[in-house]
Structure formats: structure tokens, C-alpha cells
Design a binder for this molecule. Structure first.
Ligand SMILES: Nc1ncnc2c1ncn2[C@@H]1O[C@H](COP(=O)(O)OP(=O)(O)OP(=O)(O)O)[C@@H](O)[C@H]1O
Length: 773
């Protein structure tokens, strides 16, 4: 038997032991759950609450264990003896540094004994004697698995990544961190198998979902993941440096560290729904669900989902901080659009009393002088109307005594203020406004031009009004940029108080311990309701604020989007990841100001990721030519591997570019070639205006192929990418070159570029002008 097989067998033995122990735990948990009802009937209330909490934890645990993780156990470290003999709560020794006598000189050789072996997995498992069988990847004892490098190995001699499927160990890959040592494990020399797990995992074919990287997190990434959650953690790094992966692992780590603190919920914000569906499986695979909500920017407002894209010039207007002023005026202007008779007539003291248009306008202006949200100003409007009617009906004259006058005024308010004539008028004259109602009211160019005087230019007003005409009363036709406007309007309008409805049990609250008084049975019932779909809503329900907010692709947020996020994170700590070189937003200073306002004056901690794990060096090199044009002087991340294959170039003739369907034949031929070359996915990226065309090109080529507009490619990756017409993508907006840089950095194996005549491909190699050195 060769070394590899023997080592696989050994890990298999350990995995079998782990599963046997898990099964015991599952039985224990089942027993506790089944037994719950009886135990409610005995004991003091305090003891019951405690048991109740235990049962609840057991139920959660059971649920997680039953999900049969794909690779429950994925790592192992073999360690030298530590400086002190102390053990942490997970049963492992805590010392990071080796003991002074851990390494000895024997026969001229440096020799050491492996004193401790730890297995790392998705959950911690102790055996019946509290000896750790598996250490949770987030536990302090697991940190050396990620942190140790040959330069600073600490106690780690060998790091092993174990790949398994279900209960079967498939392979092991080792890194030797102290190659200078002769290390002995149980008297035998420590065997080393394979040549590193990172390379093995990077070379693997990709699917349509992102995978966790727990088995191969690198030291610079680990430092971000485990950074203490001081107020704002900022992470920058070029394409493929693992920013998204690191952000998601950080969410899991924070929950593990302090579940109670983050029970307030963690919000992860992604730029597009495509990126949400690409990444949403990662946290469940790390055993974290429920407390983390992943939302696209266009779905941050409850009950609203953006389903369309704005052309760049429109997006620029909608995203601009200037919109805050326009919306302020629109909210206050829209309240004047209600249809009403133009004057108010009531009967008081047996006579008719009337307020004419002029008087009403005076009152409205006075009400709007208040700073409260418009819908919340209605009680003030009511009061000022009644005051005016009281004066006009001669009330003050009738009651010279101030005390009597006050009483009479109150009675007057109760009589007149409840008359149907008055109530109908008030509802029409001070209508309750909805954000969507105001937004659609802005689609009238004359009105919009009034509301945006001296803020937007006439051309901008026309563009914006035209774009808003697409929004339907049911909320259809909204873009992600409209959603930020709706959110701003929601704040400007306010929500009037409604009669309280009985409170639904919120599954998130259950984890906070705030509802300690609820019984286990109630919580199980809530969980059942959730499974039945009632509370898909609950999990995704809008919260007033989050405990931690993670912003992915932060460079793309517009000022209005930062304002929307800021409102959700007043009390939150933040992790903000992004890459200025990939920004498709054109006014970075304006966005920086709103970003600073959203994050507040809290202390910041910044990290930079420097290694590109996605693109082979050959692709990274071509992309860096565009980076040099887009941001002269910017440094691209260092690609960690090479494939030996250079990007391929093809050119379509002028006739193809102008055809109704675009260069369909050429694109299909290119995709077919790429499908032959790679095992996994192929992404076709074209300028936004060719998005629909591009979908047509790939029709019928199978579900390994996806076609996207340039702005949709953010954050995604494919084994092979076909980029169609760099020149068109670059011309789309003032940030077009950066968008092109994004498109060129999506591939993990192969890149092909299809040029149109405008790309000015060089006649010999078809390399477009923008991509030539
Ligand atoms: N330590 C790692 N081990 C294995 N794979 C990794 C590691 N770090 C990153 N990767 C892989 O590299 C790819 C890029 O990661 P990710 O998408 O998180 O990068 P990014 O910085 O967000 O990129 P972009 O800025 O282009 O969106 C992913 O396939 C990810 O799984």
C-alpha cells in the first residue's frame, strides 16, 4: 500500500469515529426533544427555563447534524509541544509557540516529536471524555491551521487538507511547514502527501454556486476573518483576492464568537441578485443560517424587488446625493396633489363656517414648516385647521375666560373634528402618501422640474421623468436605483401609527434569549410555521437595524444607496469590502462623502488582500493592461498560479457587428470551443445593450453557459469567459474601462475575447487596441 492510501485510510478511521460520536449526539438530542413535553411539568420555573434552553440548543444541533455535510471534517494539523501545558475550552493546548525543548539535535539532525494532532471541521465535536475529536474551524485552536506559514510556523509541523464526500475520505494533501525537521509521530517519521491543497482547490472546475474556502483560507485572509469586530473593518483587494469569500466566512466567524451580540442579525449586501444567488449557499455550508440575511441592493426594502436596469446616464442621476433634495421637495409637494373641493365648509355654533383657498394655503405652508415626516404632519394639519375654524366661528369672542375658552376649544375640536365633512376634507387635503405614489408622481416632467429647480439640469429632469414613467403602480418596473429612492421617501414620509397587531414570534428573537419565557413547544411551532413558508417572510423581514452589516462590492454603491444602508446600520459594526479599480460608479468623491456619513465617525481598521486566487497569470496579465489605462499607477494583485495557456482572440467582420442579432455565429463558435476546453461553466459578457442579444447567442448550448450584461458580471466567476467587444463595454459609461477590467477578470481557466471592428483588432492576432500592451 502506498503512503497516500495508508494516510487516507488513517483519516477514514478518524472520520468513522467522528460519525459514531455524532450519531450518539443525535440520539441524545432526539431523546431530549422527545422528552421535552414531560419535563415542562416538573421543577421550578427557573429550572424549566434552563432545561428549555438546553432542549432548544439540542434541537438546533440535531438539525445541523442531520444535514450531512459534504465534507464535515476537512483539516488536520500536527503540532509540536507548546510552551505551557494549558488547554482551552475546546480541549486543545492553547500555546502558539513551541516549547523550548520541542526540537532536539540528534545525530546532527534536528528532530521533534508530534505532541498534539488536531482535526478541524465545520463543528466542534468532543468525545465522551471531552477530548476533542474535531475542532470548530472558528475556534482559537484552529487558527494555526490557517495562519501558519513556513516563515512563521509556530507549533505546526504539517498541515493536511482532507477531502471527503459523505462519510468517505477521498484524498489528502499536505503542506510541510518545517521541512528542516525530522518529525516523529508515534515513533514513525511523519509522512507527507501531495503538493498543497490550495492549488488543488483552485484548479477545480466551477459550478453556478460559490463554495466555502474553509479548508484553504490563507493567512492574510484569516487575519481579516478573525479581526475583532471594532466598528468598521475595511477590506480592499483586486479581483479574485477572495474578498467575497472572506466577508462570508467573517459573518460565520462573528456568529461563532458572540452569538448573542449578533443575534440582532447580520446583513450581507450584494450589488446584484445574480451575486446573491451565487453566494447564498456559502453560509449554510458553514452551518450558519437564520441570523444572516443576504440581500441585493434592489431588494433591501421590504415588499419591493427591482426587476430592471437603468441605462448609465439615468443611474447617475438617480444615484446622486442631489436626489435627496429633490425627494425632500417631492414628498412635501406631493401632499398638495390630493383632489379636494378647494375650500372647507363645516357647521359650528349653528352656523356655516368656511375656509377659502387662500386661508387653506396659509395653513398648509404653516404645517409644512414643521420638520416631521409628511405623513406624520397630518395631526398638526388637523389641529391648525380646527384652530382656524374656531377663530372664524367667533369661538374666542364667545369665551373671554381663558380656562373656559380652552375647554370650549377642546369640545369644538371633538365635535367639528369628527364631522364627516371635516374628516373627508382632511383625508383629501392631506392624503396619506406612499413612497411609490410619490415616485410615480415624479414622472410628470413639469412637476419634477418644479421639485428639482436649481438641483437638476433640464436634460436630467427629462431623462429622470421618462425613466420613472416605467414604474407601475404595483411596483413593477423598478430598478435597483429606484429602490434607494423609495427608501429615502419612506423616511421623508414616515409611517403613521396603526392599531397594534398581535406580534408574530420572530425566529431570530428566539436566539437572543429575549423571549426566554416562551416555551420550547411554542418555538418549535414557530419553526414549523417557518418551514411551511409563512415565515420565509419572517426570516427576510425588514428589521429596523442590524448588529453587523457586510457590504460586498462597496465601490459600486451610489450616494443614495449608502444613505439607504446607513439607515439600517445606525448601531451596527461594519465590514466593507471592495476594489476601487472595479467601480462602475462615476462620481467617487460624492459616494465617499455619503459612505463616510453612513459609517459614522467610528474607528476604522483596514486590510488589503494582495493575491489573486481566481485568474491564472496569463489572464491577469492581459487584464492588467486595462487596469493601467483605467487607473494609471494602480497595482494589480499577484496571480498565484499559471496554466500555460494564453487568452485567445477572435474578430468578427463588420457585417456581423451590425446584424440584428449581433455577432451570433462568431459568439456561438467561441462558446462551443470554450465548452470543449473546460469542464465547468462558461460566461459570455457583453455590453449592457447587447444583453438580450447575448442570451440569444447561447440559447440551446446547455446550462453550463450563461450570458450577461457587463454590469451583471460583478463578483461572479466562470471557468471560461468570452468577452465580446471590449470597446463597447469601455464606451458604456465614464467608468467603462473599470467595468471592462471586471469582465476580463472573471475566468478561472480560459479567457477568449471577440472583437468587433470598433475594437480595431490587429490584423495578425485579432487583439483589440485596448488590450494591446
Ligand atoms: N484561500 C482560498 N482557497 C481556495 N480558494 C480561494 C481562496 N481564496 C479565494 N479563493 C477563490 O478565489 C475566487 C475568488 O474569490 P472571491 O470571489 O471571493 O474574490 P473577490 O475578491 O470577491 O473577487 P472580485 O473582486 O473579482 O469579485 C473564488 O473562486 C474563491 O473560492
Amino acid at each position: 500500500m502506498d503512503v497516500r492510501e495508508r494516510e487516507i485510510r488513517e483519516e477514514q478511521r478518524h472520520l468513522d469515529r467522528v460519525y459514531r460520536r455524532l450519531e450518539e449526539k443525535i440520539h441524545e438530542a432526539e431523546f431530549l426533544v422527545d422528552d421535552a413535553a414531560q419535563r415542562f411539568r416538573v421543577g421550578t420555573p427557573g429550572a424549566l427555563a434552563e432545561r428549555d434552553a438546553q432542549v432548544y440548543q439540542a434541537g438546533r444541533h440535531l438539525h445541523r447534524l442531520n444535514r450531512e455535510f459534504e465534507d464535515f471534517l476537512f483539516g488536520r494539523i500536527d503540532l509540536l509541544a507548546g510552551k505551557d501545558g494549558e488547554r482551552g475550552p475546546d480541549g486543545a493546548h492553547t500555546s502558539v509557540e513551541p516549547a523550548d525543548d520541542a526540537v532536539r539535535e540528534e545525530n546532527g539532525e534536528r528532530t521533534a516529536r508530534i505532541a498534539e494532532t488536531l482535526h478541524i471541521g465545520r463543528l466542534g465535536v468532543l468525545d465522551a471524555d471531552y477530548v476533542p475529536l474535531v475542532i470548530d474551524w472558528r475556534a482559537p485552536a484552529a487558527a494555526p491551521f490557517y495562519r501558519a506559514t513556513p516563515v512563521e510556523p509556530g507549533r505546526v509541523v504539517r498541515r493536511r487538507v482532507i477531502r471527503s464526500r459523505g462519510r468517505r475520505v477521498l484524498s489528502v494533501e499536505d503542506d510541510l511547514l518545517r521541512p528542516e525537521l525530522r518529525a516523529l509521530l508515534d515513533g514513525d517519521e511523519l509522512p507527507v502527501v501531495g503538493d498543497g491543497a490550495l492549488m488543488a482547490s483552485l484548479g477545480r472546475a466551477r459550478g453556478h454556486a460559490m463554495h466555502d474556502i474553509v479548508a484553504s483560507i490563507q493567512a492574510e485572509q484569516d487575519r481579516v476573518i478573525r479581526a475583532p469586530a471594532v466598528s468598521v473593518t475595511e477590506v480592499t483587494g483586486g479581483p479574485g483576492t477572495g474578498k467575497t469569500a472572506v466577508a462570508l466566512h467573517r459573518a460565520a466567524y462573528l456568529l461563532y464568537q458572540d452569538r448573542r451580540r449578533y443575534a440582532g442579525g447580520i446583513l450581507v449586501v450584494s450589488p446584484t441578485p445574480l451575486l446573491v444567488s451565487y453566494t447564498e449557499g456559502v453560509l449554510p455550508s458553514l452551518g450558519e443560517e437564520g441570523q444572516v440575511v443576504i440581500r441585493a441592493l434592489g431588494s433591501l426594502v421590504e415588499g419591493v424587488t427591482a426587476d430592471s436596469y437603468d441605462p448609465q446616464p439615468v443611474a447617475r442621476i438617480k444615484g446622486s446625493a442631489r436626489m435627496a433634495r429633490v425627494l425632500h421637495r417631492a414628498a412635501r409637494g406631493a401632499v398638495q396633489l390630493g383632489e379636494h373641493p378647494g375650500r372647507l365648509r363645516v357647521v359650528a355654533f349653528g352656523a356655516r363656517v368656511e375656509l377659502d383657498a387662500e386661508e387653506l394655503k396659509g395653513i398648509r405652508d404653516a404645517v409644512l414648516g414643521g420638520t416631521a415626516p409628511v405623513n406624520l404632519l397630518r395631526p398638526r394639519a388637523r389641529r391648525l385647521l380646527l384652530d382656524a375654524l374656531w377663530r372664524k366661528s367667533g369661538g374666542p369672542r364667545r369665551f373671554p375666560d381663558p380656562e373656559l375658552a380652552a375647554e370650549a376649544r377642546e369640545a369644538f375640536g371633538e365635535d367639528v373634528g369628527t364631522e364627516p365633512a371635516f374628516l373627508d376634507f382632511l383625508h383629501a387635503w392631506w392624503p396619506e402618501l406612499t413612497p411609490l405614489g410619490v415616485l410615480t408622481a415624479m414622472s410628470d416632467p413639469d412637476r419634477l422640474s418644479r421639485w428639482s429647480r436649481r438641483v437638476l439640469r433640464p436634460g436630467e429632469v427629462r431623462l429622470l421623468a421618462r425613466s420613472l414613467r416605467r414604474v407601475r403602480p404595483d411596483g413593477g418596473g423598478l430598478s435597483a436605483h429606484d429602490v434607494a429612492l423609495l427608501d429615502e421617501l419612506r423616511t421623508l414620509l414616515g409611517t403613521p401609527a396603526r392599531p397594534a397587531r398581535p406580534r408574530e414570534a420572530d425566529p431570530l428573537d428566539q436566539l437572543t434569549g429575549l423571549e426566554e419565557v416562551t416555551t420550547y413547544a411554542e418555538r418549535m411551532a414557530a419553526a414549523r410555521r417557518e418551514r411551511n413558508g409563512e415565515a420565509g417572510r419572517a426570516a427576510g423581514r425588514e428589521r429596523a437595524g442590524y448588529a453587523h452589516i457586510i457590504v460586498d462590492e462597496a465601490q459600486d454603491l451610489t450616494p443614495m444607496q449608502w444613505r439607504m444602508l446607513g439607515r439600517r446600520g445606525r448601531q451596527a459594526t461594519w465590514t466593507v469590502v471592495g476594489d476601487p479599480a472595479q467601480s462602475s460608479w462615476t462620481e467617487p468623491e460624492e459616494a465617499a462623502a455619503e459612505r463616510a456619513a453612513a459609517l459614522g465617525s467610528r474607528p476604522r481598521r483596514s486590510f488589503e488582500l494582495t493575491v489573486n486566487y481566481r485568474n491564472p497569470a496569463e489572464i491577469a496579465e492581459v487584464a492588467s493592461r486595462v487596469l493601467a489605462r483605467a487607473m494609471p499607477g494602480a497595482r494589480p494583485p499577484r496571480a498565484v498560479r499559471a496554466t500555460g495557456t494564453r487568452p485567445a482572440f477572435a474578430a468578427a467582420a463588420r457585417a456581423a457587428a451590425g446584424r440584428a442579432g449581433g455577432p451570433a455565429e462568431e459568439a456561438r463558435a467561441a462558446v462551443r470551443a470554450l465548452l470543449e476546453e473546460v469542464e465547468g461553466t462558461v460566461g459570455v459578457v457583453a455590453a449592457m445593450h447587447r444583453r438580450e442579444q447575448a442570451r440569444g447567442w447561447v440559447a440551446g448550448l446547455g446550462d453550463r453557459v450563461v450570458a450577461l450584461g457587463s454590469l451583471e458580471a460583478k463578483g461572479l466567476e466562470y471557468d471560461a469567459t468570452l468577452v465580446v467587444s471590449p470597446a463597447e463595454i469601455a464606451r458604456e459609461s465614464p467608468a467603462g474601462l473599470r467595468t471592462l477590467y471586471v469582465a476580463l477578470t472573471r475566468a478561472t481557466q480560459r479567457l477568449m475575447v471577440l472583437s468587433l471592428p470598433d475594437d480595431e483588432p490587429d490584423p495578425s492576432g485579432a487583439v483589440p487596441a485596448l488590450l494591446r500592451p
